[in-house]
Design a protein around this ligand. Structure first.
Ligand code: NAD
Length: 498
């Protein structure tokens, strides 16, 4: 059976003591095994990073940016291969895998402009003969711990920014779909990045803890579910590291009475069921405002959902594919049952779905639940599958309060033709990323990405200028070049610029 190894300088170094199965979501069963690393593996990666990082950081930023340019063109050349690799382990359809890679590539493009964003601040003559300036310096060694659902985009959110500013970066990708991250590491090397700057160590909780406790790793970026994000944040901060930890989500789509319902239905189907609902920016909750809006929306949603085409990830006509594992499929189906037990109306039931010729694949049919209420656990928790819940609101204020009071605060969308309502909503809603007639408002690479409440622990977002701030330390320099004519003043009192 194929074994997926770490990507560290000097190779994996022998047989792994522990292995984890990588499943085939389209057909069921195990397609490969990934090595789970231990302390010795991490030590070797850290040693290689320590050796390579000073030279990489000393290289002028334009030369590091050129590596990013080359990497970008290699990804473009290898797009088909990467997309097939990604789909085979994740289960998302090929076009969606290309989107996953493309959104990561856009962060690489941002990093091609690195010399400009790394420029510091400068004040000439802040005091007599005194200039003040700042520079951004790399942390040294950074690490990224990533989830299964975007195995290309999220490693690149972190790894492209971390390395382009001069750090060495150690990636611990999800053990569910580890092949694409290794391929990205190979392409970085091919693009001219020195050995030891972008490495991959595989593993589970044991490796995560080793990373969090390692004294040579100065910053850790995490993306995954909220309980683990909170754990990573607390343990990493306690170890004196800089940590950002993005968590789970339960994003709401508010539908105002004046919205264009045909457009909304198309947007909702894509955002709720695309990638089998396994996106942190999916829209699993729709909130129609007023009973009339709810009834009109439901009448249009039902036939649209019933017409969705599910298929294996290489089927060009499929709108979404299987979920990632049999365990996750069972979990989603359990949540559907919980929602029914809690009193919601099961309008379309996706449980027990099988695809002819792929009966063992991990498919879940699209599911629609109505009359979902805020006292239900199935409303409060993330299901992370192709399940859309309708929560009816009587007016704008109630609709605004639902995502605002929810434990998660990643994304939210409002669908309306009323500019005032949209403006008011965007300003008042207690959520980190807002879409106005945009169902999946993932900000472009030169802005930044991050949710609020239990969707994000720490102060900085991913990528954009926040990414630069996270992966660098800002040094402030106050310089005086006296010409002898300026009185230095009393050296025993705190200096002022007075
Ligand atoms: P997960 O939390 O199970 O795993 C994330 C990472 O943590 C993986 O690398 C995994 O190996 C590691 N891990 C697993 N168990 C651990 C433990 N007990 N201790 C320490 N580390 C552990 O998440 P997942 O199932 O891979 O991904 C889906 C989740 O990620 C969803 O909750 C989704 O909303 C979230 N997500 C959030 C964002 C965001 O930006 N907010 C983006 C994508 C996904």
């Amino acid at each position: 059976m194929r074994q997926i190894d770490h990507f560290i300088v000097g190779g994996s170094g022998g047989a792994a003591s522990r292995l984890s199965d990588v499943f085939d979501p389209n057909n069921g069963g195990v397609q490969a095994q990934v090595a789970l690393g231990d302390a010795a593996v991490l030590e070797r990666a850290v040693a290689a990073a320590q050796k390579a990082q000073p030279g990489w950081a000393a290289m002028n930023p334009q030369r590091r940016a050129r590596v990013m340019f080359e990497f970008k063109s290699l990804i473009e050349k290898n797009m088909d291969e990467l997309a097939h690799m990604l789909s085979a382990e994740h289960g998302k359809v090929i076009a969606d895998s290309k989107g996953d890679i493309q959104r990561g590539l856009e962060v690489v493009e941002f990093c091609c402009g690195l010399p400009h964003v790394l420029k510091g601040e400068y004040t000439h003559g802040a005091g007599p003969g005194i200039d003040v300036y700042s520079m951004r310096q790399p942390i040294g060694i950074g690490a990224g711990i990533t989830p299964f659902n975007f195995p290309a985009m999220i490693p690149l959110w972190m790894g492209a920014v971390a390395t382009s500013v001069g750090n060495a970066f150690i990636l611990k990708p999800s053990e569910r779909d580890p092949t694409v991250p290794v391929r990205l590491a190979e392409l970085f090397l091919e693009a001219g990045m020195p050995e030891g700057i972008f490495q991959v160590v595989h593993g589970d909780k044991e490796m995560v803890d080793l990373i969090l406790d390692h004294p040579a790793i100065g910053a850790v970026s995490f993306v995954g579910s909220s309980d683990i994000a909170q754990y990573v944040y607390s343990r990493g901060v306690a170890a004196g590291k800089r940590i950002q930890a993005m968590g789970g989500a339960k994003n709401h789509g508010i539908v105002m009475p004046d919205a264009d319902l045909d457009q909304v239905v198309g947007d909702l189907c894509g955002a709720a069921f695309g990638s089998a609902g396994e996106r942190c920016m999916a829209l699993p909750v729709v909130v129609p405002v007023g009973e009339d809006t709810a009834e009109r929306l439901k009448a249009k949603l039902i036939p649209a959902i019933e017409a969705l085409k599910i298929g294996i990830s290489t089927d060009p006509d499929a709108q979404y594919g299987p979920v990632v594992t049999a365990m996750h499929k069972a979990n989603i189906e359990r949540w559907i049952q919980t929602a029914v037990d809690e009193g919601s109306e099961l309008v379309i039931d996706g449980r027990g779905y099988t695809l002819q010729g792929h009966e063992e694949g991990y498919f879940v049919g699209p599911t629609l639940l109505d009359h979902v209420t805020t006292d239900m656990t199935s409303y409060h928790n993330e299901i992370f599958g192709p399940v859309l819940q309708i929560v009816r609101a009587k007016d704008f204020e109630e609709a605004l309060s639902l995502p605002s009071k929810h434990q998660y605060g990643n994304g939210v969308a409002i669908f309306t033709r009323n500019g005032h309502a949209a403006r008011e909503f965007a300003a008042r809603v207690n959520v980190g990323m807002v879409g106005i007639n945009v169902p999946i408002p993932v900000p472009v690479a030169y802005h930044s990405f991050g949710g609020w409440k239990r969707s994000g622990f720490g102060d900085t977002d991913q990528y954009g200028m926040d990414g630069i701030a996270f992966w660098t330390k800002k040094k402030k320099i106050t310089a005086r070049w006296p010409d002898g004519s300026v009185d230095g003043g009393n050296a025993f009192i705190i200096p002022t610029m007075g």
